[in-house]
Design a protein around this ligand. Structure first.
Ligand code: C2E
Ligand code: MG
Ligand code: MG
Ligand code: MG
Length: 279
Protein backbone atom coordinates (compact mmCIF):
# COMPACT_ATOMS: atom_id res chain seq x y z
CA UNK A 1 0.00 0.00 0.00
CA UNK A 2 2.87 2.33 0.77
CA UNK A 3 4.11 1.92 -2.82
CA UNK A 4 0.81 3.14 -4.27
CA UNK A 5 1.22 6.42 -2.47
CA UNK A 6 4.52 7.27 -4.12
CA UNK A 7 8.06 7.67 -2.89
CA UNK A 8 7.46 10.02 0.01
CA UNK A 9 5.07 7.62 1.60
CA UNK A 10 7.89 5.20 2.42
CA UNK A 11 8.42 7.49 5.37
CA UNK A 12 5.25 6.07 6.87
CA UNK A 13 7.12 2.86 7.58
CA UNK A 14 10.24 4.26 9.17
CA UNK A 15 11.40 2.26 12.17
CA UNK A 16 10.38 5.08 14.55
CA UNK A 17 6.82 5.03 13.29
CA UNK A 18 6.66 1.28 13.63
CA UNK A 19 7.98 1.74 17.15
CA UNK A 20 5.28 4.28 17.90
CA UNK A 21 2.53 1.93 16.81
CA UNK A 22 3.98 -0.81 18.92
CA UNK A 23 4.15 1.57 21.85
CA UNK A 24 0.54 2.53 21.35
CA UNK A 25 -0.44 -1.08 21.22
CA UNK A 26 1.47 -1.81 24.40
CA UNK A 27 -0.03 1.21 26.14
CA UNK A 28 -3.48 0.04 25.13
CA UNK A 29 -3.03 -3.39 26.66
CA UNK A 30 -1.35 -1.78 29.67
CA UNK A 31 -4.39 0.44 30.08
CA UNK A 32 -6.67 -2.58 30.15
CA UNK A 33 -4.52 -3.97 32.94
CA UNK A 34 -4.41 -0.58 34.70
CA UNK A 35 -8.20 -0.56 34.98
CA UNK A 36 -8.19 -3.91 36.77
CA UNK A 37 -5.05 -3.47 38.84
CA UNK A 38 -5.72 -0.13 40.48
CA UNK A 39 -3.14 1.88 38.59
CA UNK A 40 -5.69 4.62 37.95
CA UNK A 41 -6.57 7.22 40.51
CA UNK A 42 -8.40 10.50 40.65
CA UNK A 43 -7.30 14.01 41.53
CA UNK A 44 -9.58 16.89 42.38
CA UNK A 45 -9.22 20.48 41.23
CA UNK A 46 -11.26 23.08 43.12
CA UNK A 47 -13.65 25.48 41.48
CA UNK A 48 -13.91 28.75 43.36
CA UNK A 49 -16.68 31.34 43.55
CA UNK A 50 -15.27 34.64 42.26
CA UNK A 51 -17.14 36.76 44.79
CA UNK A 52 -16.81 34.74 48.01
CA UNK A 53 -13.50 32.96 47.16
CA UNK A 54 -15.11 29.79 48.49
CA UNK A 55 -14.54 26.37 47.00
CA UNK A 56 -17.92 25.54 45.54
CA UNK A 57 -17.10 22.33 43.69
CA UNK A 58 -14.26 20.36 42.11
CA UNK A 59 -13.44 18.59 38.88
CA UNK A 60 -12.40 14.94 39.05
CA UNK A 61 -9.44 14.25 36.75
CA UNK A 62 -8.22 10.74 36.08
CA UNK A 63 -4.54 9.87 36.55
CA UNK A 64 -2.51 6.85 35.54
CA UNK A 65 0.59 5.74 37.42
CA UNK A 66 2.24 3.28 35.05
CA UNK A 67 4.43 0.78 36.95
CA UNK A 68 7.36 1.30 34.56
CA UNK A 69 6.50 4.51 32.72
CA UNK A 70 5.49 6.66 35.68
CA UNK A 71 2.70 9.22 35.35
CA UNK A 72 1.04 9.19 31.96
CA UNK A 73 -1.05 12.32 31.30
CA UNK A 74 -4.75 11.92 30.41
CA UNK A 75 -4.13 14.05 27.33
CA UNK A 76 -2.19 11.02 26.08
CA UNK A 77 -4.11 8.01 27.32
CA UNK A 78 -7.70 9.28 27.03
CA UNK A 79 -7.45 9.60 23.21
CA UNK A 80 -5.94 6.11 23.17
CA UNK A 81 -8.76 4.83 25.34
CA UNK A 82 -11.19 6.43 22.92
CA UNK A 83 -9.66 4.56 19.97
CA UNK A 84 -9.71 1.25 21.75
CA UNK A 85 -13.20 1.58 23.22
CA UNK A 86 -11.92 1.59 26.79
CA UNK A 87 -12.91 5.16 27.56
CA UNK A 88 -16.45 4.39 28.72
CA UNK A 89 -15.12 1.82 31.17
CA UNK A 90 -12.70 4.42 32.45
CA UNK A 91 -15.57 6.90 32.73
CA UNK A 92 -17.60 4.44 34.80
CA UNK A 93 -14.58 3.64 36.92
CA UNK A 94 -14.04 7.36 37.62
CA UNK A 95 -17.71 7.93 38.43
CA UNK A 96 -17.75 4.93 40.76
CA UNK A 97 -14.62 6.15 42.46
CA UNK A 98 -16.08 9.64 42.86
CA UNK A 99 -19.27 8.17 44.34
CA UNK A 100 -17.23 6.15 46.86
CA UNK A 101 -15.28 9.25 47.76
CA UNK A 102 -18.44 11.33 48.19
CA UNK A 103 -19.94 8.60 50.35
CA UNK A 104 -16.95 8.71 52.70
CA UNK A 105 -17.04 12.49 52.82
CA UNK A 106 -20.74 12.56 53.58
CA UNK A 107 -20.16 10.11 56.45
CA UNK A 108 -17.32 12.24 57.82
CA UNK A 109 -19.29 15.44 58.02
CA UNK A 110 -21.59 16.89 55.43
CA UNK A 111 -20.35 20.47 55.70
CA UNK A 112 -17.17 19.32 53.96
CA UNK A 113 -18.86 18.05 50.83
CA UNK A 114 -19.11 19.88 47.51
CA UNK A 115 -20.42 18.74 44.12
CA UNK A 116 -17.91 16.95 41.90
CA UNK A 117 -17.83 17.15 38.12
CA UNK A 118 -16.87 14.14 36.05
CA UNK A 119 -15.70 14.29 32.43
CA UNK A 120 -17.55 12.10 29.97
CA UNK A 121 -16.28 11.21 26.54
CA UNK A 122 -18.15 10.96 23.23
CA UNK A 123 -18.04 7.17 23.25
CA UNK A 124 -20.05 6.95 26.42
CA UNK A 125 -22.99 8.46 24.57
CA UNK A 126 -22.92 5.73 21.96
CA UNK A 127 -23.88 3.23 24.65
CA UNK A 128 -27.59 2.64 24.81
CA UNK A 129 -29.21 4.25 27.84
CA UNK A 130 -25.88 5.56 29.10
CA UNK A 131 -27.65 8.22 31.15
CA UNK A 132 -29.69 5.57 32.95
CA UNK A 133 -26.63 3.41 33.58
CA UNK A 134 -24.78 6.36 35.12
CA UNK A 135 -27.80 7.41 37.18
CA UNK A 136 -28.16 3.91 38.57
CA UNK A 137 -24.51 4.09 39.67
CA UNK A 138 -25.48 7.11 41.76
CA UNK A 139 -28.55 5.32 43.11
CA UNK A 140 -26.55 2.24 44.10
CA UNK A 141 -24.14 4.45 46.00
CA UNK A 142 -26.96 6.57 47.45
CA UNK A 143 -25.40 9.77 46.16
CA UNK A 144 -27.75 12.76 45.98
CA UNK A 145 -27.86 13.83 42.31
CA UNK A 146 -27.03 17.47 43.05
CA UNK A 147 -23.53 16.31 44.08
CA UNK A 148 -22.63 15.22 40.54
CA UNK A 149 -22.12 17.24 37.39
CA UNK A 150 -21.15 15.77 34.04
CA UNK A 151 -18.72 17.64 31.79
CA UNK A 152 -19.31 17.18 28.09
CA UNK A 153 -17.61 18.98 25.21
CA UNK A 154 -19.73 20.92 22.75
CA UNK A 155 -18.47 18.95 19.75
CA UNK A 156 -19.76 15.78 21.41
CA UNK A 157 -23.19 17.25 21.84
CA UNK A 158 -23.38 18.32 18.23
CA UNK A 159 -22.30 14.93 16.93
CA UNK A 160 -25.12 13.14 18.69
CA UNK A 161 -27.82 15.77 18.79
CA UNK A 162 -30.82 13.44 18.93
CA UNK A 163 -29.51 11.13 21.62
CA UNK A 164 -28.05 13.99 23.62
CA UNK A 165 -31.17 16.09 23.71
CA UNK A 166 -33.17 13.27 25.30
CA UNK A 167 -30.35 12.19 27.60
CA UNK A 168 -29.72 15.69 28.91
CA UNK A 169 -33.42 16.20 29.53
CA UNK A 170 -33.40 12.97 31.54
CA UNK A 171 -30.39 14.08 33.62
CA UNK A 172 -32.03 17.46 34.19
CA UNK A 173 -35.16 15.78 35.44
CA UNK A 174 -33.04 13.66 37.80
CA UNK A 175 -31.31 16.79 39.13
CA UNK A 176 -27.87 16.00 37.73
CA UNK A 177 -26.11 19.04 36.31
CA UNK A 178 -24.39 19.20 32.95
CA UNK A 179 -21.45 21.44 32.02
CA UNK A 180 -20.19 22.24 28.54
CA UNK A 181 -16.43 21.80 28.72
CA UNK A 182 -13.81 23.65 26.64
CA UNK A 183 -16.52 26.04 25.54
CA UNK A 184 -15.72 28.17 22.51
CA UNK A 185 -13.33 25.70 20.86
CA UNK A 186 -15.83 23.43 19.12
CA UNK A 187 -17.13 24.64 15.80
CA UNK A 188 -20.78 24.79 16.63
CA UNK A 189 -23.91 26.85 16.40
CA UNK A 190 -25.17 28.47 19.57
CA UNK A 191 -28.73 27.39 19.01
CA UNK A 192 -28.22 24.16 20.94
CA UNK A 193 -27.83 26.21 24.11
CA UNK A 194 -31.55 26.80 24.03
CA UNK A 195 -32.38 23.27 22.90
CA UNK A 196 -30.43 21.42 25.56
CA UNK A 197 -30.53 21.50 29.35
CA UNK A 198 -27.13 22.98 30.17
CA UNK A 199 -26.27 24.26 33.65
CA UNK A 200 -22.67 25.41 33.28
CA UNK A 201 -20.34 26.76 30.59
CA UNK A 202 -16.63 26.28 31.07
CA UNK A 203 -14.69 28.82 29.03
CA UNK A 204 -11.74 27.04 27.45
CA UNK A 205 -8.36 27.88 28.90
CA UNK A 206 -6.97 28.93 25.54
CA UNK A 207 -9.05 32.13 25.76
CA UNK A 208 -7.93 32.83 29.31
CA UNK A 209 -4.31 32.23 28.37
CA UNK A 210 -4.66 34.70 25.51
CA UNK A 211 -6.02 37.39 27.77
CA UNK A 212 -3.48 40.02 26.65
CA UNK A 213 -5.17 39.80 23.30
CA UNK A 214 -8.22 42.05 22.75
CA UNK A 215 -9.95 39.40 20.68
CA UNK A 216 -9.70 36.81 23.46
CA UNK A 217 -11.13 39.29 25.94
CA UNK A 218 -13.99 40.07 23.57
CA UNK A 219 -14.80 36.36 23.27
CA UNK A 220 -14.66 35.81 27.03
CA UNK A 221 -16.90 38.84 27.63
CA UNK A 222 -19.35 37.54 25.06
CA UNK A 223 -19.50 34.04 26.54
CA UNK A 224 -20.06 35.46 30.03
CA UNK A 225 -22.85 37.75 28.87
CA UNK A 226 -24.47 34.98 26.89
CA UNK A 227 -24.37 32.63 29.87
CA UNK A 228 -25.90 35.27 32.14
CA UNK A 229 -28.74 35.97 29.73
CA UNK A 230 -29.46 32.25 29.51
CA UNK A 231 -29.20 31.78 33.25
CA UNK A 232 -26.24 29.41 32.89
CA UNK A 233 -23.36 29.41 35.35
CA UNK A 234 -20.03 30.32 33.79
CA UNK A 235 -16.59 29.06 34.81
CA UNK A 236 -13.19 30.29 33.64
CA UNK A 237 -10.66 27.45 33.23
CA UNK A 238 -6.88 27.70 33.32
CA UNK A 239 -6.47 30.66 35.69
CA UNK A 240 -2.71 30.83 36.07
CA UNK A 241 -1.99 34.40 37.17
CA UNK A 242 -3.29 37.26 39.27
CA UNK A 243 -3.94 39.07 36.00
CA UNK A 244 -6.23 36.28 34.77
CA UNK A 245 -8.09 36.39 38.06
CA UNK A 246 -8.56 40.17 38.03
CA UNK A 247 -9.78 40.14 34.47
CA UNK A 248 -12.36 37.43 35.11
CA UNK A 249 -13.57 39.23 38.21
CA UNK A 250 -14.00 42.40 36.20
CA UNK A 251 -15.91 40.52 33.53
CA UNK A 252 -18.15 39.05 36.26
CA UNK A 253 -17.39 35.42 35.61
CA UNK A 254 -19.13 33.28 38.28
CA UNK A 255 -16.42 30.74 39.07
CA UNK A 256 -12.79 30.06 38.33
CA UNK A 257 -10.50 27.04 38.19
CA UNK A 258 -6.78 26.95 37.60
CA UNK A 259 -3.23 26.44 38.84
CA UNK A 260 -3.21 29.95 40.40
CA UNK A 261 -5.81 28.72 42.90
CA UNK A 262 -4.83 25.08 43.12
CA UNK A 263 -3.49 22.30 40.93
CA UNK A 264 -5.48 19.08 40.84
CA UNK A 265 -4.70 17.31 44.15
CA UNK A 266 -5.31 13.96 45.83
CA UNK A 267 -8.43 13.55 47.92
CA UNK A 268 -6.76 14.07 51.33
CA UNK A 269 -5.27 17.34 50.17
CA UNK A 270 -8.54 18.41 48.64
CA UNK A 271 -10.24 17.81 52.00
CA UNK A 272 -7.61 20.01 53.62
CA UNK A 273 -8.41 22.77 51.14
CA UNK A 274 -12.12 22.32 51.85
CA UNK A 275 -11.47 22.61 55.55
CA UNK A 276 -9.98 26.05 54.89
CA UNK A 277 -12.91 26.58 52.53
CA UNK A 278 -11.54 29.77 51.01
CA UNK A 279 -8.69 29.88 48.51
P1 C2E B 1 -10.44 19.18 30.84
O1 C2E B 1 -11.65 18.42 31.19
O2 C2E B 1 -10.64 20.46 30.11
O3 C2E B 1 -9.67 19.40 32.22
C1 C2E B 1 -8.93 20.54 32.54
C2 C2E B 1 -7.46 20.33 32.28
O4 C2E B 1 -6.78 21.56 32.45
C3 C2E B 1 -6.80 19.35 33.27
O5 C2E B 1 -5.75 18.70 32.57
C4 C2E B 1 -6.20 20.31 34.30
O6 C2E B 1 -5.13 19.75 35.02
C5 C2E B 1 -5.75 21.42 33.39
N1 C2E B 1 -5.60 22.69 34.09
C6 C2E B 1 -6.26 23.12 35.18
N2 C2E B 1 -5.86 24.36 35.52
C7 C2E B 1 -4.92 24.72 34.63
C8 C2E B 1 -4.13 25.90 34.46
O7 C2E B 1 -4.20 26.87 35.21
N3 C2E B 1 -3.28 25.92 33.39
C9 C2E B 1 -3.16 24.86 32.53
N4 C2E B 1 -2.30 24.96 31.54
N5 C2E B 1 -3.90 23.74 32.67
C10 C2E B 1 -4.77 23.67 33.70
P2 C2E B 1 -5.55 17.13 32.66
O8 C2E B 1 -5.86 16.64 34.02
O9 C2E B 1 -4.21 16.84 32.09
O10 C2E B 1 -6.67 16.57 31.70
C11 C2E B 1 -6.65 16.84 30.33
C12 C2E B 1 -7.94 16.42 29.67
O11 C2E B 1 -8.08 14.98 29.75
C13 C2E B 1 -9.19 16.96 30.35
O12 C2E B 1 -9.44 18.29 29.96
C14 C2E B 1 -10.23 15.99 29.85
O13 C2E B 1 -10.62 16.31 28.55
C15 C2E B 1 -9.45 14.68 29.83
N6 C2E B 1 -9.77 13.95 31.07
C16 C2E B 1 -9.24 14.04 32.31
N7 C2E B 1 -9.84 13.19 33.17
C17 C2E B 1 -10.81 12.56 32.45
C18 C2E B 1 -11.79 11.55 32.77
O14 C2E B 1 -11.93 11.09 33.91
N8 C2E B 1 -12.59 11.13 31.74
C19 C2E B 1 -12.48 11.64 30.47
N9 C2E B 1 -13.31 11.18 29.52
N10 C2E B 1 -11.59 12.60 30.16
C20 C2E B 1 -10.76 13.04 31.12
MG1 MG C 1 -13.32 18.96 32.12
MG1 MG D 1 -12.01 18.39 27.81
MG1 MG E 1 -11.84 22.03 29.84
Amino acid sequence: MAKDLGNNSYQIYTPTMKGEHENEFKLESDLRRALIQNELFVEFQPRVDVITNEIVSAEALVRWEHPEGGRIPPGLFIPLAEQSGLVSDIGEWVLNHVCEQLKTWIKDGSHLVVPISVNLSAQTFMRRNWERTLCSLLDQNQIPPHLIEFEITESTIIKNEEIMSEALAYLHEKGIKVALDDFGTGFSSLSYLKKFEIDTLKIDKSFIQGIQNKKDIAIIRCIIQLAKELNIRVVGEGIETEEHLTMLKELECDEIQGFYLSKPVKHEQFRELLRKRVL
